[in-house]
Design a protein around this ligand. Structure first.
Ligand code: CO
Length: 251
């Protein structure tokens, strides 16, 4: 039912500033930008391998995203799964008692979209999207979405809920309290909230850079603040608009 993580959305104060990091430094190709009045945002989609990054700038402080920005600051906002038939998927979920924010799909930046209530999805605001036919992301983006980290007070029931809702399969790990769910090439990693500063919900994002040296040169050129490891970097959240962002050299 779920083909891939279509996108991970990030709330930002100003799209123009967020482009400087996500488009210009990271080099993610901008796919499209539009004002979505019904969602109270100006939104952009940038390609990241099989998935995309969505940037959301509120149109007004009293919109849903405007209130999120005022309360939480910039950062990860929602997760979107691609399904081949959003009408059918939404109907099936509604019929099984899943609480939704959209009774019927509507046009959005990703195609026909609908939001589920976070209460129904272990506290995570989740969007479903069916892109228009032929709308495949470009094959040539230098960065790929690898993993989205979710903090949970109880990782096992949280992962079980996500698996039951979206038919995701668990990826074998070497025991321990973390649970990995595969979604196409990417994955969701559910970790105990106390491992991630007590945060629940979307807490961090990992990307893979196929051309790591070029990316490092771009960070140097643009003065990006980061912590350098061996084959990986962690961007300072101030530089990545509130996102705990890890970039690795390898899958
Ligand atoms: Co979205």
């Amino acid at each position: 039912m779920i083909r891939r993580i279509h996108h991970v959305a990030i709330v930002v104060s100003r799209l123009a500033e967020a482009y400087r990091f996500y488009r210009d430094t990271l080099g993610l190709p901008l796919r499209r930008e539009a004002e979505l009045r019904d969602q109270g945002v100006r939104a952009a989609l940038l390609a990241a391998g099989d998935s995309e990054i969505e940037l959301l700038e509120p149109l007004a402080p009293d919109s849903g995203v405007g209130r999120f920005l005022a309360k939480r600051g910039e950062g990860l906002h929602h997760l979107c799964f691609e399904t081949p038939d959003v009408d059918g998927t939404l109907a099936r979920l509604r019929d099984s008692g899943v609480e939704v924010l959209d009774a019927a799909p509507r046009p959005g930046l990703a195609g026909r979209i609908a939001f589920l209530h976070p209460r129904a999805c272990a506290g995570i605001l989740t969007e479903l999207a069916t892109p228009p036919p032929g709308d495949e992301p470009p094959a040539s983006s230098s960065l790929q979405l690898k993993r989205l980290v979710i903090g949970a007070r109880e990782p096992r029931p949280t992962a079980a809920r996500l698996q039951a809702l979206f038919g995701l399969s668990e990826v074998a790990m070497n025991g321990g309290p973390r649970i990995m769910l595969g979604v196409a090439r990417g994955s969701l990693l559910v970790v105990p909230a106390d491992e991630v500063g007590g945060h629940e919900g979307l807490v961090a994002l990992s990307l893979v850079a196929e051309d790591f040296p070029t990316l490092m040169a771009a960070f140097d050129r643009d003065g990006t603040r980061l912590l350098r490891g061996t084959g990986e970097v962690t961007i300072e959240p101030e530089a990545s608009h509130g996102v705990h962002l890890h970039i690795t050299r390898y899958w």
